[in-house]
Design a protein around this ligand. Structure first.
Ligand code: IVH
Length: 705
């Protein structure tokens, strides 16, 4: 099949159009089946959309080719044949897409041209990327739950839907004789990640006994939701944490349909259904545009995937007047976000060596544009990630950008894997190198970790040495801003520096031998080296680059031991016993200090006057030292500032916002968006009584203050 075409370009003659239309229909049907029935998409949304639009344009240009069974006239895919089917009493429609704000305005213009006298009120909602469901309640009890299928006929999935958390079995309050509630079943992103991780772990366990097991991975939360809903055993569905947002009343018998969509949403809430809270009702179309633009970025704050916004005209009478064209109502439109996925070729898997000797694989990609950014590389995390996805050079891969983070490879498109004449793949499965690509030393994978390391020390492997020096001068560590990345490389290359402690012996004459170093730059470098001697002990400890010692651990060690000498004298068990440190860090610190070369570096740093002991005011020291807290919502036993002061008194710190580094979120009544953010960042969440107990354990009774 040829690539998607620019359908606005020259269209073919009638004969070619007939061929192209039938090829496109076949391709779209196959893609629908892969997407809806097999949970295994092989086209990106953007590719699918391009084919779909090309087909629509051809059918418009050649009306004689139009057909009621064309995918442009139907929604989704036909129900899978091995399940019970359900004919929808009212068809489940789809939505036309707007890909730009201009297309949104064009939609409004069309509606206004049909109803020139009308004033419109718009309801702006999120477009949840899940599975459309029709739930029929009779006398208030759930009688039928069906998928959308092709819009006319769906699958009966009642038993499994009953195992979905937000779907109520019995409606609250007074419900009509029959009501059909429509909405979206979805899987939270966190549950999707857990599910894929569990699949990998179980495949690994089975592989230990010799069998080669490929984990059953889902490409995205939507496919995971679909797969979970089609389980024969509803108990498996229950374990998958499927959720539901209601967004429409399909029809009502034995009761009146509300007169506006917003009233319908209110009725849904009153019946106990979960309605998405991110809704804006407005008469101003500029607010509609602002809503759509805002969510292009804000989507990444949510623990569920959305692929756009849905804009609906609120008044049901107006909706009826506007009617439906083909499979799309004229009274609603989906504003689709710019794609964050694309497919491209994986050219190579390159390995770089990090400062602690970790071997870090990276994907080298055939450059591809996603949302205006050209992507050439993607992170691969670690070898397990590559094995799990079975990525091989030459594969066509699906890649995805999420927010500002580096793109990830979602999966290889196995159907497009290059094969030899005998049908076997051209490339072998990926294996981590046995020898370090920088120094040639043997590599070793710690069985308890996913990472493979170079076995050479950080002072002997050139790649590690460079990364360590860069880390030492970085802003978070010694903050030597006069020495940049290039200068680090040049200092090592010229032999002026062998390890970070040599920086303190550099003279103006030494620096003058480096390319680009003139008077001002030399003075600046020397000044920032000098200034770094005053960095707090915790920063120096961090700058040493001890494996597993990040900012938090460095702070805990500095506060607990107070000086490098106390730390040098400590046994592994003493270090591990510090709350928040544990045996892995403890052993790593101890090992590191046993290396005579590292001890020599410490002595050189000491001789240069670098701070190697904690100043008493570095941080307040107490039982909560090194732990950060954030309070949100209303507390009932004391004021928020009383609670914060008590935490500080015990050495804890108060964070300014939610981040992955936050240790505890304390939630009072009416908590806002911080709670949602913390859930997403997997920060431990506690209620007020937990905090009161914690403070009481350390002798502070805030409830009595
Ligand atoms: S309203 C006729 N509202 O998007 C309008 N749909 O391609 C019916 N969807 O089939 C849909 N979030 O599965 C509506 N807030 C929302 C939605 C939503 C997601 C899905 C739904 C529908 C598809 C349209």
């Amino acid at each position: 099949m040829t690539q998607p075409k620019d359908f606005t370009a020259q269209l073919p003659d009638a004969e070619n159009a007939t061929k192209r239309v039938s090829a496109l229909r076949e391709l779209i049907r196959r893609a629908n089946n892969e997407y809806y029935n097999q949970d295994n998409p092989t086209l990106t949304d953007a590719e699918y959309d391009a084919y779909f639009r090309e087909l629509q344009a051809l059918e418009e240009q050649f009306p004689e080719l139009q057909s009621s069974d064309s995918p442009t006239q139907r929604v989704g895919a036909e129900a899978a044949s091995d399940t019970k089917v359900w004919r929808h009493p009212r068809p489940m429609l789809s939505l036309a897409n707007a890909r730009s704000t201009d297309e949104l305005r064009a939609w409004l213009k069309r509606a206004a041209s049909i109803l020139p006298q009308a004033r419109f009120q718009f309801v702006c909602e999120l477009k949840i990327d899940g599975l459309a469901m029709a739930l029929t309640y009779k006398q208030g009890s759930l009688a039928m739950a069906a998928t959308r299928g092709d819009g006319a006929v769906g699958e009966d999935v009642t038993a499994n839907v009953l195992a979905t958390r937000d779907v109520v079995q019995t409606l609250q309050g007074s419900a009509p004789d029959t009501v059909e509630i429509r909405g979206e079943i979805y899987m939270p992103i966190s549950s999707f990640e857990q599910l894929n991780n569990a699949a990998t772990q179980s495949a690994e366990k089975q592989s230990e006994s010799g069998a080669q097991i490929t984990p059953r991975m889902f490409a995205n939360p939507r496919n995971a939701a679909s797969g979970s809903l089609r389980q024969k055993d509803p108990e498996i569905t229950r374990s998958r944490n499927l959720r539901f947002f209601a967004y429409q009343i399909g029809y009502i018998e034995g009761g009146a349909l509300p007169t506006t969509h917003s009233e319908a949403m209110e009725a849904l809430r009153n019946w106990g259904c979960v309605v998405n809270p991110n809704i804006v009702i407005t008469e101003n179309f500029e607010d509609v545009i602002a809503f759509c633009e805002q969510w292009i970025q804000r989507r990444f704050e949510l623990d569920y995937e959305i692929d756009g916004c849905v804009i609906k005209i609120n008044d049901i009478a107006q909706q009826e007047e506007l009617g439906v064209v083909a499979r799309d109502p004229r009274w609603a439109i989906a504003f689709k976000f710019p794609p964050i996925q694309a497919s491209t070729t994986l050219l190579d898997i390159s390995i770089s060596v990090g400062r602690t000797g970790s071997l870090n694989p990276q994907a080298v990609l055939e450059p591809v544009a996603i949302g205006g950014v050209t992507i050439k590389r993607a992170s691969l995390y670690n070898a397990d990630d590559i094995f799990r996805k079975d990525l091989r050079p030459g594969d066509t891969v699906l890649i995805q950008r999420a927010g500002d983070v580096i793109p990830q490879i979602v999966k290889p498109i196995l159907e497009k894997r290059p094969l030899k004449a005998d049908g076997s793949p051209v490339s072998d499965p990926f294996a981590m190198p046995e020898f370090c690509p920088s120094c040639g030393a043997k590599t070793l994978k710690d069985p308890d970790e996913a990472v493979t390391y170079c076995t050479n020390t950080s002072l002997q492997c050139p790649a590690q040495r460079l990364e360590l020096l860069r880390y030492f001068v970085s802003k978070d560590a010694m903050d030597i801003d006069g020495i940049g990345d290039e200068a680090c490389a040049a200092l090592l290359e010229t032999g002026l520096v062998h390890n970070p402690s040599d920086l303190y012996a550099l003279t103006a004459e030494n620096l003058a031998t480096l390319a680009g170093f003139k008077d001002k730059k030399i003075q600046n470098a020397l000044r920032s080296i000098e200034k770094s001697k005053e960095r707090p002990f915790a920063k120096t400890l961090l700058a040493l680059g001890i494996r597993h010692v990040g900012a938090k651990a460095a702070e805990l060690l500095a506060n607990s031991f107070g000086s490098i000498d106390a730390l040098l004298a400590a046994k592994s068990e003493e270090i591990s016993a510090i709350p928040g440190i544990g045996p892995v860090i403890g052993a790593s610190v101890c090992n590191w200090f046993q290396d005579p070369l590292q001890r020599e570096i410490i002595e050189k740093l000491r001789a240069a006057g670098v701070t190697l002991h904690a100043q008493r005011d570095d941080a307040s020291i107490g039982p909560l030292s090194g732990q950060s807290f954030l309070l949100t919502g209303k507390l009932t036993n004391c004021t928020r500032s009383q609670a914060e002061n008590a935490i500080r008194k015990l050495g804890g710190s108060i964070a300014s916002g939610v981040s992955k580094q936050l240790n505890h979120l304390i939630v009072g009544a009416e908590a806002g968006s911080k709670l949602e953010k913390a859930q997403k960042a997997k920060v431990p969440i506690h209620d007020e009584s937990w905090l009161i107990d914690l403070l009481a354990q350390h002798g502070i009774d805030i409830a009595a203050q």
